[in-house]
Design a protein around this ligand. Structure first.
Ligand SMILES: [Ca+2]
Length: 495
């Protein structure tokens, strides 16, 4: 009997040990769902085509009191770079934590092609998936991806909200703004007609309330979620504003609050500097054919749209404060790419220069030991591992698998040390790197080189590569670029 009991007991203990072992294995290997851990909320604000046109970044002709206040309670990154200066690749990159990758080289003029967004999402874990599997309520409000949330990512969002008012209103805008509009005359004529509205270089203001546009509606939805939040599951709110992307339409009051005077045309007036060909239809046109006065009006309209978004950001942050959630919410403010406002005689983006690749980035976190600004280079792909690190999120990705590097040491007060040696940048056929001192580009087709001093020449009008004094520096950067960028089809080496 005793023997039997011992046997049963042994068997029982063995089962218990096995059970514990399996639980341990599950904990180590399977992070599919982790329920009910309130690690703090996240509000991730994405602003479309926002270059650092924010007072806290030194911009003079814009009113951004809410972003300025956020900056005072955040770490502001003064040298943050997107992975590619266009909506879709930049957002796909930040949402998966994976750097822009070249697939093949199909078109010399447009540069290397990239995988489709659905492929990217299938191959990687999006922020939506990461947070959903960590027990968060996940919401994608407004323009988060470029267009709709990609089909493979839809299951990971508890709420996807993007109103159709943008489309509904385009025809209304063109009839409502007969007096209060401007921009490229041929685009004005076509607005609401055949020209794709998102590409129209036009501005206009309407005497409407903030929530007439989809940006106002998305902000209202964010406030609604915050105010009705039951404190059980933490929130991962992504809130994407369409402005200041073209066309530059906003409620009239944001235009009225800005002065009409003194808007700079930012470019040097040395028109011998060639405009980069952004799209075939703009080829060779300085400021897309607009006069300085018309360009100034466009810059003012851009700034009015920034002020409109600033006001909406303030509204959502106020709602967090009212709900008592501000201190327990990590807030990230990020622009998906920069924007030319007549710099180099250009409007729009998708050029290789700093104004197109440098973006605003602020992070407000309860982990912050200090407030302040960080001047070393950081990249948009750093956001993903930062969130994993900051909120101790469970993931089966190893640290070495992230393309970016956690910014937590900076958030915790290490503002002096270099976060990384350089940021990687690219646009069309130009491949490059940027560090504290220089901005370097190598053309993958023509082998043309551009080297700019970031302190002395932030507008990037003097290419140091033209001087033999910099030959050693150039060679050093060529080697660094070739080592850093994998899979780039360097065409010139085969010529
Ligand atoms: Ca964009």
């Amino acid at each position: 009997m005793r023997k039997i009991n011992r046997f049963l007991s042994l068997r029982f203990n063995t089962k218990k040990v096995l059970l514990r072992f399996f639980i341990l294995i599950l904990l180590i290997t399977n992070f599919d769902v982790v329920e009910g851990q309130n690690k703090g909320n996240v509000l991730f604000i994405i602003v479309d085509d926002l270059q650092p046109m924010i007072s806290s970044y030194g911009a003079e002709f814009v009113s951004t009191p809410n972003m300025d206040s956020l900056s005072k309670e955040s770490i502001q990154f003064n040298s943050a770079f997107c992975t590619y200066p266009l909506c879709s690749p930049s957002r796909a990159s930040v949402l998966t934590g994976k750097r822009f990758r070249f697939q093949n080289h199909t078109n010399d003029e447009e540069g290397p092609s990239t995988p489709s967004i659905n492929e990217v999402i299938r191959e990687n874990k999006s922020l939506g998936e990461l947070f959903k599997k960590n027990g968060y309520f996940t919401a994608a409000l407004g323009k988060v991806y470029h267009g709709h949330v990609p089909e493979p990512d839809v299951p990971y969002w508890d709420l996807i909200y993007d109103s159709d008012s943008k489309k509904r209103s385009m025809e209304e805008w063109s009839t409502m703004t007969k007096e209060n509009r401007g921009g490229r005359s041929d685009h004005i004529w076509k607005i609401g007609n055949k020209l794709k509205p998102a590409g129209a270089l036009v501005w206009g203001h309407l005497d409407v309330k903030d929530d007439y546009f989809s940006d106002g509606e998305a902000a209202n939805k964010a406030c609604e979620i915050i105010s009705s939040h039951k404190k059980k599951d933490p929130l991962f709110l992504t809130l994407g504003f369409r402005r200041p992307h073209l066309p530059l339409f906003a409620p009239s009051k944001y235009f009225d609050q800005l002065s009409d005077e003194n808007y700079p045309v930012f470019a040097s007036h040395d028109r011998s500097l060639r405009p980069f060909d952004i799209t075939p239809k703009n080829k060779g046109l300085w400021n897309e054919g607009m006069s300085d006065k018309e360009s100034q009006e466009v810059i003012k309209a851009y700034n009015a749209c920034v002020s409109y978004v600033d006001n909406l950001i303030g509204k959502v942050i106020d709602e967090l404060k009212k709900a008592g959630m501000y201190d327990n919410t990590t807030i990230i403010l990020w622009g998906d790419n920069g924007f030319h406002l007549s710099d180099h005689g250009l409007f729009r983006k998708n050029t290789p220069w700093q104004v197109s690749n440098r973006v605003p980035l602020m992070i407000h976190s309860s982990a912050q030991k200090t407030k302040g600004e960080y001047n070393g280079v950081v990249e948009a792909v750093d956001i993903y591992p930062t969130l994993v690190d900051l909120l101790d999120l469970k993931t089966d990705m190893k640290k070495t698998e992230f393309d970016g590097k956690s910014l937590v040491p900076i958030i915790q007060g290490n503002l002096e040390k270099d976060h990384k040696e350089f940021a990687m940048i690219t646009a069309k056929t130009r491949i490059g790197i940027v560090d504290r001192k220089h901005y370097f580009l190598l053309d993958s087709v023509s082998a043309e080189i551009e080297l700019y001093d970031r302190m002395e020449d932030p507008s990037q009008l003097k290419n140091l590569a033209d001087s033999s004094l910099y030959d050693d520096t150039k060679n050093d950067y060529i080697n660094k670029v070739k080592a850093a960028w994998e899979n780039v089809p360097w065409r010139f080496s085969k010529q």
